[in-house]
Write a new protein. Sequence first.
Length: 512
Amino acid sequence: MDKCEKQLVALVKDTYIRQGVESIQSRGNLLKALLSDRHLPLHGYEDSTIEYFMQQFSMMDSNNFLGNVGFGEREGRVFSSLVARRHYYLSHGIGRSGDIAEQQPKAAGSSVIYKLTNCLALHAMHISGFTGMEKALVVPMATGMSVTLSLLALRQGRPLAKYVLWPRIDQKSCLKAILTCGLTPVIIENVINGDEIVTNVESVQHAVKEYGADNILCILTTTSCFAPRRPDKVDAVASICKEHEIPHVINNAYGLQCPLIAKLVNRAITVGRVDYIVQSLDKNFLMPVGGAIIASPTAALIKQISKVYPGRASSTPIVDLFITLLSMGETSWRALQAERLRLLPIFIDGLNQVAMEFGERVLISPCNSISVGITLSQSLLKNNTAENSQKAAQYIGSMLFKRSVSGSRVIVPTASSKIGSHEFPGWGSNVSGYHSVYMTAACAIGLKEHEIHTFFIKLRKIFSAVRKSYVLPGDVETILVDSQHDAGEDDEKVSVISDIWVDMYNRKAKNL
Ligand SMILES: *Cc1c(COP(=O)(O)O)cnc(C)c1O
């Protein structure tokens, strides 16, 4: 339109036209700024601006050239107009056969979007406090497969090393990420410290000696996990990795939302060795499942990742992140994280209050600022047989599900599970021999305050129902009398516990 000003003025009054043309130019200026800054805009862009960008980029791809005729087998042809529109008419994907980060001759627009998105992802990580990252690559695979890709990239340099030392985390995809590569996990059992489940650093050290540094492909640690497991001591592990020249991959699935994890990871980079750090797109950025960011403090290692990827790849998760980050801007990205931290004490306090009303308590694991656990054993299931308390716990799980509370998990640490050829006693609790049956719930990014209150209402109803169904007749009265009697004291305990928690959290954050 700015090229047509003369002709436009012949049709409509020039002052009007100038204003209209300026409006188009101002969007062009935003695009120019994005191309030169390669950062999240301070404030998110409107949908219309983003759609304008998408249109410009997609017109740079050969499938949208006017009069283009394609005689290859990969010409970006799309049958359904719904599909074409869903992808903003982009259809070439990303990468070339030998490298996912390679520019595509047929798709300049898609290639630009990919480069920009990688820059935006890195900036988003820096904003969340992960300042030690030098480069990031957005890949169209979820977290587990992205961990697999990282291991395969490391394997190029250590073809004979077949062990992966893995501080236990009870999430099947983490283990499968190792097994799928044909590698052998060496499971490092965690230790229980009070309520917390903690990385056994001595065991890691011992395993390095036992298996031999040269035979170990890498140590795979995990930061974001269910309470009361705490983020792995990635700094201590990084030091071991540096000393023995063993690569270190950090599974940071939903850890971008936690400043404590950011500090831990930064410290790991400073004091030791970190090769790759993998984070989920859907868990951190409020978008559909399908992608992950693989970042590294060493730019050359990212090149390794893009080179092992066989073939081209879908650009959908990349475009989704591109749009999401432009739409969020730095301000909303920061605000979402700040809001989560504001809700955290409300969440812990409230959960503890509900727990105390039923004679239960919050598990103290202040290093985990995302997931919180509460016991389901001491009083709620009092005077019951082991079998009954297991049934009651399962009943709570099914009630949560029926009442549309998703994501909250009930853990009966006596259950055991076999995955591949590996036996996991206490499966779900990340450790063998945990002292309580408990449930977990997460205060994750994007959670709304009203949802927290609805959750508490549902939880109270469920706990009351459980008490009626599973406590032996004589006990109901005693417990009710007890809880009434303790009401005043409970209030005091509630505030004390949350104070201890917040205090511990702040102290740990400061010490890092
Ligand atoms: C979610 C999650 C995974 C698996 O992620 P996908 O995106 O489903 O592949 C692996 N590890 C941890 C710690 C997770 O939270």
